[in-house]
Design a binder for this molecule. Sequence first.
Ligand SMILES: Cc1ncc(COP(=O)(O)O)c(C=O)c1O
Length: 430
Amino acid sequence: MDTQENLLARRQHLLGPSVPTFYDDPVHIVKGKGVWLWDGAGQKYLDCYNNVPHVGHCHPKVVEAITRQASTLNTHTRYLHEGILDYVENLTSMFAENLTSAIMVCSGSEANDVALRMAQVMTGKRGIICTDNTYHGNTALVSQIGSRTEPIGGYSDFVSHIPSPVGSETCYEHSDPLEPQKLAAIVQQKIDAFEESGVGLACLIICPYFANEGFPTLNKGFLDPLIDRVRKAGGLIIADEVQPGFGRVGNTWWGHEMIGIQPDIVTLGKPMGNGFPVAAVVASQETVGGFRKRFKYFNTFGGNPVAMAAAQATLAVIEEEGLVNHAYTIGHIALNRLKDLVAKYDCLGQARGSGLFFGAEVRDQKGNPDPETTRMIVNAMRKKGVLINSLGKHQSLLKIRPPLPINIAEIDFLINSLEEVLVDLEKYRN
Ligand SMILES: Cc1ncc(COP(=O)(O)O)c(C=O)c1O
C-alpha cells in the first residue's frame, strides 16, 4: 500500500496542487461501514462529518439495489424506464402539493444551476438575491453567487448579497443579530436596485438551514417578512436542501418545513443516493415545463437507472429505519451533551443545531471567534479517531454531522473524546 507521503505527492502531481484535504495529518480511508471508517493501517474512525453516506456507509440495501440494477441495465434517460418515474413519484409525494415534477441531475451544483435558470425563465428577469458567506456550487452561473471566492471580473450585475442571518443566541459579543424586519428591508433595497437597473428580480436562493453560514438558531417564521417582499416583487423562492434535506435536521424531512416557508423550487443532492451521484430540482409542472421548453435540457447521467435504484433504496431505508425521528431524538441528546461541555469549558461558546447537524462555537478569552483553536480541536479529534470539521464565517464553529444511524454509544464516544481534547487543550496548543 502507498505511504501517505507518496499518496500526497501523487495527488499533487496528478490532480493539481490545490486539491484540499482535511486535517493537518490527512486520513487515507479504505473502508466504510455504518458510521465507521477505516484507514489503510486498520485504524477505526467515528465518522461525524459525512452527510453523503446518509443512511450509513455501504448500507447493504443501497449496495444491493445498485448492484442489482448495474448488472441489469444502465443507460441515459432518453429511453423509457420505470426507475426515474417511480422515484420522482415517491420523491414529490414528500413535498407540498405544488411541487409535483423534477429534473434529475448529478450534483448539487447542477441542481442549483438549473433552479436559477428556471427562475429566470419563469420571471423573465435575471436578478438573484442570496446570502453573503454562502456556497451553492461550482458551475459558471452558481459560482457567481458564492461568496467564498469572488468571480473573475467581480460579481455580475444580476447578483446581490444580503447579510446571513445571525441567531439571537449567538455568543459573540460583536455580532449583530438581525431582526427579520431589518433583513426584509435590506431585501427590499436589493429588489429596488434590481428594478432600477433594469435587471429585475428572478429569485431568492437560500439554504433554509443556513448550513454554510453557520446554522444560526432561527425561530419558525423568521424568514416570513423577507419571503413576503420577494413574492410581492414577483420573485421565486429557491430552497437549497442539499445539506438539510432528507431528514438531516430531525423531525421534518426538509429544512424549509422547519423554518416554515413554502419554496417554489427545491434543490437536492449530497445525501440523496447515499454516495451515488444523484441530485434533483423539484418544482411545479409548469415551472419544470417552462424550463424544459426554453432550454431543451438533457443530462446524460441524471436519473439513470442505477442512480434511481440508489436513490430509491436510500429513501426506503430512511423510512424503514425511522431515521428522521431518530435524527431528532438522538440529535437532541447529543446537543444537550454538547451544551454540558459548553457549561464546563470556557473556550466553547454557544452549542446549537438541529437533528444530526449541530456544533459549538469556539471562542477566545474575549469571546471572539477562535479559528486557530477550532482547527486544533478538529485535528486532535482526528487523532482520537473521531472525524469532525469546522464551519461558519470565521471557521470557528465545530461542525458535527454524522450519518443518521449513529447510536447513543457512538454519541458518548464523540462527546467523551471531545471532552478529553478540551481537558488537554493546552497540550495540543504547543
Ligand atoms: C448548500 C450547498 N449547495 C450546493 C452544493 C454543491 O453540491 P455539489 O458539490 O454536489 O455540486 C453544496 C456543496 O457543498 C452545498 O453545501
